[in-house]
Design a protein around this ligand. Structure first.
Ligand code: ACM
Ligand code: ZN
Length: 543
């Protein structure tokens, strides 16, 4: 008898849990432009709610919505071909703007999300806008099984910047395509629209090149990795891997569906030890070279006086542009020592026409890229070695190079080490941190405080600041969990820097909203740093 009583109580609790009317909350990240809460009855998402889209082109968006709602509530919505008068979520495109994916002309990202008791309506001025409206709806829902009440609201929203980027270094440590897809999911969740894929560096070449197979046969593998921060010890554990062209195309498609442009980077002419290990004749000394084990900057770089280097780079551009539709291709350009060039007879023999060695190199490859209808972007060193204004600048050594570049007429992406290097530690309490940081200190509030348009940028050149990006350099990120830990929740702060108008930003309020956002992180088992929530940290001493 008692057993039956307990069983019935447990069953009814279970039933209440299952059927509990959860409530949506519009305290989301990034903070939208305008959230107008209305009075009136709530819309209820339940098992009878349907999803309608006004065109075939929104079918993938509708699928995402169904998937997200199933994940959060357990409710399986049905897609309907009929427009209903009630209990329906309707997706449509209104006042269509050029909604193609070619950044920086990207537009069509604005949306309006209206909830009343009968209908939830998401109107975008492109499918991207519909996608972002869906992201806002998704983030408004609680992570809880059962039906959800949504109080009436009108949200109108538009991003501050056309370029909202996250980088991932897949050279220093290789991450498989399953993780790259998960990373893209994380980007989409934070309204990011550019995935900067760092595909080559001294420690590994990561993309199949059909015309130059040794780049992956040799260049994708190193025989060991230095321990710690360039100690004298090597782990002697082989590390490597690469993406086939087919896999890279799969990533492009995956990202496109999520309105993210994949911008590949091949870092040239420095950071090329993996290239030199594959083709030693391309270096000034002829080698021998090995794929890098140590971090930092190597003196060995491509020989500027060897025509074969330019042939190789042109071939790489041919294959890259075939795989990646991104308007911009990142050509690297950072941290390139000149010592080998200065001592090399072949380099000395070229007529640089007054240009620096690196400027000469940039002028050889950029026109080739442009003849294919693409544009080049490079790290800010290329500004000082002689890039033309048609080349965009990624400002990493602070925001000043970006401000200077904008004043000269270059398009600019701000990614300053001061705020945007997510390989830097998030806490001064390093003893309790995983051994994965690059030394600097960038807590969440520091990321949040960034204005990508520095005061010194004059009004007439502001249009050149395309947006902002954070970098996840992976020298010390050996696992995918470490990548997640270093990027979350800082990516949430970045997403507000990139999306939200400055006058709407409020750090205290952000902390309240990001606390709620972590329920989503946990539901997806994304690792995240818990410094904002000391009570969640696992810092109990072992007995
Ligand atoms: C860089 O961090 N070397 C661009
Ligand atoms: Zn040389």
């Amino acid at each position: 008898m008692r057993f039956r009583f307990y069983l019935m109580t447990a069953m009814s609790c279970y039933y209440v849990l299952l059927s509990a009317q959860q409530k949506a909350c519009y305290d989301i990240i990034p903070q939208p432009l305008n959230v107008e809460e209305k009075t009136g009855e709530a819309f209820v998402i339940n098992a009878q709610t349907s999803v309608y889209c006004d065109r075939e082109g929104l079918s993938r968006e509708a699928d995402f919505l169904v998937e997200y709602i199933k994940h959060k509530t357990g409710i399986q919505l049905v897609k309907s071909a009929r427009k209903e008068k009630s209990n329906q979520i309707q997706l449509s495109v209104k006042n269509e703007k050029n909604a193609n994916m070619i950044w920086p002309q990207q537009s069509g990202e604005d949306y309006k999300l209206t909830v009343d008791k009968n209908i939830i309506c998401i109107e975008g001025n492109g499918s991207a806008g519909v996608f972002y409206g869906i992201q806002s709806l998704r983030k408004s829902l609680p992570v809880a099984k059962g039906t959800v009440e949504l109080s009436p609201v009108v949200i109108t929203d538009s991003p501050r910047f056309v370029y909202r980027g996250m980088h991932l270094d897949c050279s220093r440590h290789f991450f498989d395509i399953e993780f790259v897809k998960e990373y893209i999911d994380i980007l989409a969740f934070h309204n990011m629209n550019v995935f900067h894929w760092h595909l080559s560096d001294d420690q590994g070449w990561r993309i199949e090149m059909k015309r130059h197979p040794r780049l992956t046969e040799i260049g994708a593998w190193r025989s060991g990795t230095v321990l710690g921060h360039n100690s004298d010890l090597d782990d002697s554990i082989p590390h490597g891997g690469f993406y086939t062209q087919e896999q890279a195309r799969e990533i492009v498609r995956y990202a496109q569906e999520r309105h993210i442009t994949v911008m590949p980077e091949i870092d040239l002419p420095g950071h090329t030890k993996a290239v030199l290990a594959s083709y030693p004749e391309l270096g000034c000394t002829g080698g021998p070279y090995e794929v890098g084990h140590r971090w930092g900057v190597y003196a060995d770089v491509l020989c500027m006086g060897n025509p074969k280097c330019y042939d190789l780079v042109r071939d790489i551009i041919d294959e890259l542009t075939d795989i990646f539709p991104s308007k911009y291709i990142h050509i690297g350009g950072d941290e390139t020592p000149t010592v080998r060039w200065e001592a090399c007879p072949k380099c000395n023999a070229i007529d640089r026409k007054g240009m620096t060695y690196q400027g000469y190199f940039t002028h050889q490859i950029v026109p080739y890229l442009e003849a294919k209808g693409r544009r080049a972007i490079g790290w800010d060193e290329i500004l000082y070695t002689g890039a033309d204004t048609n080349t965009a600048i990624m400002s990493w050594r602070g925001s000043d190079p970006g401000a200077e570049a904008a004043a000269k007429g270059h398009d600019v992406v701000m990614a300053p080490t001061s705020h945007c290097y997510f390989d830097y530690q998030q806490s001064k309490d390093v003893i309790h941190e995983p051994d994965n940081s690059d030394g600097g200190y960038i807590p969440v509030d520091k990321v949040y405080s960034l204005d990508p348009v520095p005061a010194k940028v004059k009004d007439e050149t502001r249009k050149h600041i395309l947006g902002v990006q954070a970098n996840a350099w992976a020298e010390h990120l050996r696992t995918t969990g470490m990548v997640e830990y270093m990027t979350l929740p800082r990516m949430a702060a970045l997403s507000e820097v990139a999306w939200t108008q400055p006058e709407k930003k409020d750090y205290k309020d952000f902390v309240r909203r990001v606390t709620r956002l972590t329920e989503d992180y946990e539901s997806y088992h994304w690792q995240y740093a818990k410094h904002l929530w000391p009570e969640r940290r696992n810092n109990q001493a072992l007995e």
